[in-house]
Write a protein that binds this ligand. Structure first.
Ligand code: FES
Length: 564
């Protein structure tokens, strides 16, 4: 198919014509021929790092993508972007860089793709922030692009059941509570994550990979094969080849990432009980795509979408198990049959969602234990709900897929930061009926909304998951379960009501009615807010300080915006 794409190549302005000889000279130095220079120039962006299992293999995948690009008639070049590993940063200062890295990834891709005048790109992601960062760049740059996931790890096995990294975090809580020995904790650590690839449950990485597929930005079925599967190699080649087809058709990301596509993505998120982080990320990707999406869209879609997939942490199965029964296309087929997704939405195959599902080769195996019909759901509503109220006027999120409690009223136990709360749990100071409030961990206050997995896992591991709630302006890991409300906005650092919660105040979490209320008279809250002083920022120089000055509210996806 070489030579089929001849018009409107932006690389022509950089590399063709007499005056561009210096630019061509550098392409020749890396082995390009006249023929290579005449083809569409494709970036294969690998979010690559050896510092963790999630993205360690993406450079290798990039080489297979390049083969596909060449087969399609393009000239590929691999370029990197960064990875901040969430599990390794969890519970430490390092976690403050996690959400920050999402926007950095988008920015580094913009810089490289624009500076080198690439005509299109494939983005290969893995760990949590890499997928949304890549999708943000695709929406922002709006040149032909396809996403490829690096794949999840295979689940581990211990004590007669599948385990994941979530079990190690919860084992820490159980160890602190004296429920397991150090030897048992060590055995869980040894067995939890046995291969390369991302965290094995439907945590944030797998949620975002599923969303990339549901948005139409990744090839059908490409989210679920494990990192170790040979099918991932095939998907890599096919993705490279498909990009050239997309370029020939002239289809760009904003042709695909429409409002309807976001509705599809939210529906799949709710049906799978995916990570609450997806709400932040979808808001941010929509912002880049110029699509007006709000928290109310999530609430509306959640109320009409049945929760049908039994995936960890709310359910029993890992991504590898979902893969064996039909992957994300199986979930989408169930939703299409129920009339809950837009079958006419365009995708990177150049075909619609409905056409893709019609052509997809589903394995003919029993699957009801993992994915149910929409008429026989696990729960009649979606896995995540939006709460608003006097404690969260702009909104907050709760993952109902990971708890059976729909209403909880308790006594506030406020902490100014995650570490204070963790130490209180360690000392056994948190009691049944408490609502642990962790504040100054929002987009600006954290900065970077660190995930509270260490605290939530300690609560669940101590056997308090049914009796203690947590409310924070920070985030949760996709692996979090229990009664946990996050993304409370406005955050404490900008004077949201969460800043003035006092020890012993009553807090009501009412999922059915979508409420998160501080049960303190309005006048008293206003009086406290009048006396409130913002704390000194945690960072005054470097990346985190810059980020804190640019980041917006969690209710807007915590996107970084240029200062007016
Ligand atoms: Fe990378 Fe979980 S830490 S996907």
């Amino acid at each position: 198919m070489s030579g089929r794409i001849k018009i409107n190549l932006r690389s022509s302005e950089r590399y063709h014509g007499v005056l561009n000889a210096p630019h061509r000279a550098f392409l020749r130095s890396i082995g390009f021929t006249d023929e290579d220079i005449g083809k569409p120039l494709v970036a294969v962006v690998a979010a690559w790092s050896e510092a963790g299992p999630c993205n360690i293999h993406t450079l290798q995948l990039a080489s297979y993508v390049k083969e596909g690009v060449k087969m399609g008639g393009g000239s590929p070049l691999a370029v990197p972007t960064l990875v901040v590993n969430d599990n390794i940063g969890m519970g430490t200062e390092g976690m403050r860089y996690s959400l920050v890295s999402r926007d950095l990834i988008a920015d580094t891709i913009e810089a490289q793709v624009n500076a080198h005048a690439f005509d299109g790109f494939v983005g290969i992601g893995g760990c949590d922030k890499t997928t949304p960062g890549i999708l943000m760049a695709m929406a922002r740059l709006n040149i032909p692009a396809i996403y490829l996931y690096g794949g999840s790890a295979e689940p581990g096995f211990y004590g007669g059941k599948e385990i994941t990294i979530e079990d190690v975090h919860e084992a820490i809580g159980a160890y602190i509570a004296g429920k397991i020995t150090e030897d048992e904790l060590y055995a869980i650590e040894l067995n939890a994550h046995p291969t390369v690839g991302t965290c094995a449950g439907m945590f944030t990485a797998n949620t975002m990979a599923s969303i990339a597929e549901a948005l139409g930005m990744a090839l059908p079925g490409s989210a679920s094969p494990t990192a170790t599967s040979s099918r991932r190699v095939a998907y890599a080649r096919e993705t490279g080849f498909a990009l050239l087809n997309l370029m020939e058709l002239g289809i760009k990301p904003r042709d695909i990432m429409t409002y309807e596509a976001f509705e599809n993505a939210i529906t799949v998120l709710m049906a799978m009980g995916g990570s609450t982080n997806a709400i932040l990320h979808l808001l941010a990707i929509a912002y880049e795509a110029g699509v007006k999406l709000t928290l109310d869209d999530f609430d509306r879609i959640s109320r009409r979408t049945p929760y049908i997939a039994s995936l960890k942490p709310g359910g029993d199965y890992a991504m590898a198990d979902l893969d064996r029964v039909g992957g994300v296309p199986l979930v989408m087929l169930k939703l299409l049959r129920a009339g809950l997704i837009h079958g006419d939405a365009l995708t990177v195959t150049g075909k619609t969602v409905e056409e893709n599902l019609r052509n997809y080769k589903f394995p003919n195996v029993p699957h009801e234990h993992i994915v149910r019909d929409a008429t026989n759901p696990i729960k009649p509503w979606g896995g995540i709900r939006i709460l608003k109220g006097t404690l969260a006027p702009e909104g907050a999120v709760i993952k109902v897929a990971a708890t059976s409690i729909m209403r909880f009223e308790g006594r506030a136990r406020p902490f100014n930061g995650e570490e204070e709360a963790f130490q209180a749990i360690r000392r056994g100071e948190i009691k049944p009926g408490d609502v642990v409030v962790i504040r100054y961990e929002g987009p600006k206050g954290g900065p970077g909304m660190p995930e509270m997995l260490r605290v939530t896992a300690a609560i669940v591991g101590a056997g308090l998951g049914q009796d203690v709630a947590l409310v924070t302006d920070g985030r949760f890991s996709g692996a979090t379960r229990g009664l946990m409300v996050g993304h409370v906005a406005p955050e404490a650092a900008v004077g949201g009501p969460i800043a003035v919660v006092e020890d012993g105040d009553r807090i009501l979490i009412d999922v059915e009615n979508g409420r998160l209320d501080l049960l303190v008279p309005d006048e008293e809250v206003k009086r406290r807010l009048r006396n409130w002083q913002p704390p000194k920022p945690r960072y005054t120089s470097g990346l985190l300080a810059k980020y804190a000055s640019l980041v917006s509210s969690a209710s807007m996806g915590a996107v970084t915006l240029p200062r007016p």
